[in-house]
Write a protein that binds this ligand. Sequence first.
Ligand code: IPM
Ligand code: MG
Length: 355
Amino acid sequence: MKANIVLLPGDGIGPEVVASARRTLEAIAQLFHHQFVFSEYLIGGCSIDTYGIALTDEALEACRAADAVLLGAVGGPKWDDPTAPVRPEQGLLALRKGLGVFANLRPVKVYPSLISASPLKPEKLQGVDLIVVRELTGGLYFGQPKGRSRTTDGRERAVDTLEYHEDEIERIVRMAFQLAQSRHQKVTSVDKANVLESSRLWRQVANRVAQEFPQVRLEHMLVDTAAMRLVSNPAGFDVIVTENMFGDILTDEAAVLSGSMGVLPSASLGTDGPGLYEPIHGSAPDIAGKGIANPIGTILSAAFLLRYSLKLEEEARQLEVAVEKAIDMGQTTVDLGGTYTTSQVTDAIIHHLLH
Ligand code: IPM
Ligand code: MG
């Protein structure tokens, strides 16, 4: 098949890990006789430096016209001034919104050979197999009004709003139930319904959607409890569905189960149009340019791209198997206790793919 893939390497380690993932996609193309056409655009801090904004219309249009988009990471200390009018993260939020990718799937997998890389006791990690479905284009990240003003006493005031329409809740909760059907038949809807009105609406809609899926069990959990359970009993979860910022926080926490943020991929999907694929880790400016970043989260995101956007299940599976072999053989970067560089890990994965 022929596919147009837009690459958005971004900042920090983004360019290094995206280059690795591109090489694995090229190897897949060679192995299965596909034609992947890549084009690259700027996003985040590097786009601010060149164009003054974090995402140009041209880059967004190219993403919209593509079959899929693979992103590295955005941000870094250079653009961290809290008073700056433009921020790298604006590019990422505009991209997610612009592509309408409301569902961010973040599976957390525990690789047996990485159990010792996690600070949790090995017995806690037994049987962990969960996926967080994070709402990505609404909630606290996008609510209006938002901004700063001065009160009459001359002091500053800042506002963020957590807003949801029931349609937004319904589609994300339905996606979670659909996923649970092909997994372990359980959905945990995470909210703060004891305090927030938006959470009470969320719960009401979740209960309604649950009636369409009688074979799937729905449980409601407050977000503070969920934060605790993720480390005290992570094996108790199957599908977690939650608000944008709750999902952001809980997925960083859940990454600890895998031993490293560096191995976790994500897929962001809408109802139609291209999917957006990115590792869950950030731009890691402290190790950028050193050639030691873990490329696995981005390579596994590329596997999701093959599976969800290009419908190439066998190709996705083979790439995942190759990654798992590299992990099992200790062909890993320092964050996982190995001594390999980014490109050596990539070479090892491509080797397993082709042999
Ligand atoms: C993530 C990141 C982003 C988010 C930042 C970079 C805006 O933390 O993808 O989890 O908060 O969504
Ligand atoms: Mg995050």
